[in-house]
Design a protein around this ligand. Sequence first.
Ligand SMILES: [Zn+2]
Ligand SMILES: [Zn+2]
Length: 174
Amino acid sequence: MDFKVATLLKASSGHKKLESVSSTIEVDWSEFRCDVDGSVLLTKTDVGVWVSACLSAKIGRQCGNCLDSYVESMGLTIEEEYFPLVNLVTGERNELEEIDGDNFYIGEDNVLDLSDVVRQYASLHSSISSKCMKYCKGLCIDCGINLNKEKCNCRNNKKNTKLAALLESFRPMN
Ligand SMILES: [Zn+2]
Ligand SMILES: [Zn+2]
């Protein structure tokens, strides 16, 4: 999700550029791909570039209950300022007061990479529990069938199970 912003960085404050996004990134809480689409408005500020993005992300995930894969969709509204590491006019490194992990930077190649911020926002919106649907029935603990898709007879055959035998042993004597 790279945007070349050299021209924008040379422009005066308030200058805008509209970009569209259609990209795939990796997120560390899912082994599947994450597709990101939408639009990004880049605005030159006094010191950097303000990013206003309206994106939709579709993250492939695996249901922790039935182990089926499903897609988690979410809308992401991003508002962040990016600071250039290098002054484009003088070619010198910018003396940024505080370089810390909370800020986003434009690399020395004048490319603004949006993927880190998208990852951060997506991880905040992503649900911690991975469930394909609210009432996922999961797998049958006896035969392993996906109960969302098929039915099995295990529950009807419970009489043979240890639990049934245990219940039997607790029957009051008469
Ligand atoms: Zn499921
Ligand atoms: Zn079963």
